[in-house]
Design a protein around this ligand. Structure first.
Ligand code: CU1
Length: 146
C-alpha cells in the first residue's frame, strides 16, 4: 500500500512527467538555428546543450555556437564577446552574463556542454544565441525555464 502511494506521488510530480534537461539545436550554412524556442526545467540536476552544424562551411567562415544569457543582457554580452575572438568562442572569458556556452564548430561537427540546472531560474527570460560575428540577428531564440 505504501509503495503504491509513493508511486502515485511520483507520477503526480511535474518533474517526473516532463523535465526536459536538454537544449538540442542544429545550425546550418544559411545562418539559422532549427528552433526559435526551447523549454527546459530548472529542476534538472544538469542541463546539456547539444549543437550540430548541419552545413559544410568551415568554422572561421560560418562557425556556430550556442550561448545562453538572461534576455535583458544578452546583446551586451554578445557585443563584448566579439572582441574575445574565435579562440575564446566569441565569449568574454569569465563573463557573468553568460550562463553557459558551447565551443564554436564548423560544418559537419557536433559539440555539447553541461551546466547545473540551478544556474537558471524558472520564470526568468533567457535567450540562446550564436555569438559568431554577425550571426545573432538571425541565430537566436527564447530559452523558457519552467
Ligand atoms: Cu553562427
Amino acid at each position: 500500500m505504501r509503495s503504491v502511494l509513493m508511486l502515485a506521488a511520483l507520477l503526480a510530480s511535474p518533474v517526473a512527467l516532463a523535465a526536459n534537461c536538454t537544449i538540442e539545436l542544429a545550425g546550418n550554412d544559411q545562418m539559422k538555428f532549427d528552433k526559435t524556442s526551447v523549454t527546459v526545467s530548472a529542476s534538472c540536476p544538469e542541463i546539456e546543450i547539444r549543437l550540430t552544424h548541419t552545413g559544410s562551411l568551415a568554422k572561421n567562415v560560418m562557425g556556430h555556437n550556442v550561448v545562453i544569457s538572461p534576455t535583458d543582457v544578452w546583446e551586451a554580452a554578445a557585443q563584448e564577446g566579439l572582441k574575445a575572438g574565435l579562440d575564446n568562442d566569441y565569449v568574454t572569458p569569465g563573463d557573468e552574463r553568460v550562463i553557459a556556452h558551447t565551443a564554436v564548430i564548423g560544418g559537419g561537427e557536433t559539440t555539447s556542454v553541461k551546466f547545473p540546472g540551478n544556474r537558471l531560474t524558472a520564470g526568468t527570460a533567457y535567450t540562446f544565441y550564436c555569438s559568431f560575428p554577425g550571426h545573432w540577428s538571425l541565430m537566436k531564440g527564447d530559452l523558457v525555464v519552467e
